[in-house]
Structure formats: structure tokens, C-alpha cells
Design a protein around this ligand. Sequence first.
Ligand code: GDP
Ligand code: MG
Length: 371
Amino acid sequence: DEAIELAELAKRMGIKANEMIVKLMGLGVMATVNQTIDYDTASLVAAEFDFEVEKASFEEDALLNVVPEEEDTGTLEACPPVVTIMGHVDHGKTSLLDVIRESKITSGEAGGITQHIGAYNVETPNGGRITFLDTPGHAAFTAMRSRGAQITDIVILVVAADDGVMPQTVEAINHAKAAGVPVVVAVNKMDKVGADPDRIMRELSEHDLLAEDWGGNVIFVKVSAKTGKGIDELLEMVLLQAEVLELRANADRKATGYVVESRLDIGRGAVATVLVKQGTLRDGDPVVCGLHSGHIRAMIDDSGSRVESAGPSTPVEIVGLAGVPDAGDEFVAVASDKDAKQIAGHRMQKQRAKELAKKSRANLQKMFENL
Ligand code: GDP
Ligand code: MG
């Protein structure tokens, strides 16, 4: 877990780095002077020189000081559900996202440039709010899940009424099942000749998605992303599903959340769209995000306006990280820039040690193959 640079370890033991490299080779580890070696390896090689390595403790959790959700004694309030749209290619994921965004985002700036960030929050006709992840598709969903990020509360499964259940439809169902996320079915392209919603219901019932009309508990809504018909009903049904989930968050604590997407901007540096899960993120907050630290230099909301703070389920673009994080990385607001730097530095070192260990194993293997 812990790691130290080979040169540093040799220096502290008062031996030459080369001696240590030779000794490591004898132990089957290929290493270079600048290499970071992990605790176990350091202990082994130190023992060869009659030294003992002591682990300096680094309690990341103490610095992070994150209250687990189940131990949060603050006031929990309802928060908007976070929704991902999935379905087979060409069934209308992008069209649905577009029609929802265009009809529901009331950006103040007349004719202004609407900044595109990776997620947006909409208000439904009845005043409820929903956050949509603007990255439809299974790749984004799986990438985040593989990093342990449970971002999505509800999946909207789009199935074209004139096509039926296709391979990626089934894939999406399996993803949602594996993540334990409820599905709301949007039977799309209802405007088309040959639309057959009964067929969709029948085919989905074979995948354990039984419509309410048929005695099941899955909500089906007939929509057309082309005409806009059924879209408001779809949003209301998503909110109904959200009520069942009783989504709650405490806005009054240090923010935690996840990166939805990220990039390097020539002028602004690392830019990340994050989704706040718990707490409120504020301008100026020191943060740790994946392997990087920083503090919030600017926050931009989904309509392109600068904002001072962002509460639970709110997507914002943040500027001020020292490096570009990965989608699915967790971010945490911490007490000080110093804490943020220390945690990120520690994570970076661990990561480097892991990569180098992998590389030296590969090198060793190559060496043996060449013998
Ligand atoms: P995606 O691959 O799932 O993102 O699908 P798209 O949103 O790109 O849609 C694929 C095609 O279907 C495009 O040509 C859309 O214009 C069309 N389309 C999407 N929704 C509808 C709909 O409700 N009715 C009709 N007639 N066409 C639609
Ligand atoms: Mg698309």
C-alpha cells in the first residue's frame, strides 16, 4: 500500500542505489533508481541489509473526514433523481435527450450561447426536478460503475416501437439489473407507421420487465421524440419512480460526488463536469478528485452561468483541478488546500508504485522469455 522511491530508501539506509538494485534483482525485482517500490518489496530488500522498514501511517480517511451517508445525522431532504438514458442504437436516445433539454431548460440569456456540460437539470411541468446525464449509452454507464460510482438512480430504457427489443436493449436491461437501478420504459417513435407498443411490452416481459397494465410493476410510457408527444408524461413517471426510491441528501455538509466527464481546456486547464451527491460544493472549496487536487476556481451550471454553490444532484462544470480526472472518479471537498494536496500526492504515489510494479513484472517476464 505504502511506497518509497528506491533512491530515497537507499539513502536512508546509507547504501548505494546500485547495490540495492542488484539486491532487488536477486529477489526477482527489476528496478531503476527513480522507481517507487512498494512497502512489501522495501521490507524484503531492507531485510537483506539487516534493516527494518517501518510503515509511516497515512490516514487518508481522517483527512477526508467524510461522514458515511448512513451515519449522517443532518437534515435529509428530497433530491432530484439522476437519470441515464439507455437503449439500442438508433432507437432515439440522443433525440430524447435533445427534446427534453430544449423544451425544459429555460436559459436566461436570450440567444446566448448555451454552454454544453455533461449533464443537465430540468424542471417538469408540475415543478419537480430531474437531472439527466448527457452521456447516453452503455459505455459511460459501465465505465462509471467499474469505478464503483453509483451515479444513476433511474434508467430510462428507450425502445423504438417500430423495431422491438434488440441486442443492446437486452444489454441495457442487464446493466440496470446488475446495478440494481429501476427501469422506466420509453416506447419511442410512436408517430411512425408500424409502431407496435404491445409487441414491445410482450418482448420486454420476457426479460422480467412486466408493464403495470399487465400486472407488473414497470412503468411504460409511449413517446415520440420527434413530435414531443408523451415527453411530459415520461418526466412525471420518472418522478413517480423516484418517489418510491425516497432519494434523500443532506445539503449542509462538505460536498462529495462524481465526475461525469472531463477534458483539458487550452485556456482553463482541467475542466470536469461533476455531479454533487451529498452536501454543497462552493466556489473556493479545496477538493480532491481522483488522483488530483485543487480548489474550485469557477463553477458553471448547465445553462452556462457562473454559480457560487451547487447542492445535491446538481451538475456543474468545475475549473481549478491540477490534473484531468477520469469519468466516474469521486470528488470530495476537504478542509484545506494542504490536505487536498497531501491526499492527492499520496494517491498519485500509490498509483505510480502500482504501475511500476506491473511494468517490472512484465520486464522480468520478457527477460525469461528471451532466455
Ligand atoms: P440513438 O442512436 O439512440 O441516440 O438514436 P437517435 O436519437 O440518434 O435517433 C436515431 C434516428 O431516429 C434519427 O434519425 C432520429 O431522427 C430518429 N428518431 C428518433 N426518435 C424518433 C421518433 O420519435 N420518431 C421518429 N419518426 N424518428 C425518431
Ligand atoms: Mg445517440
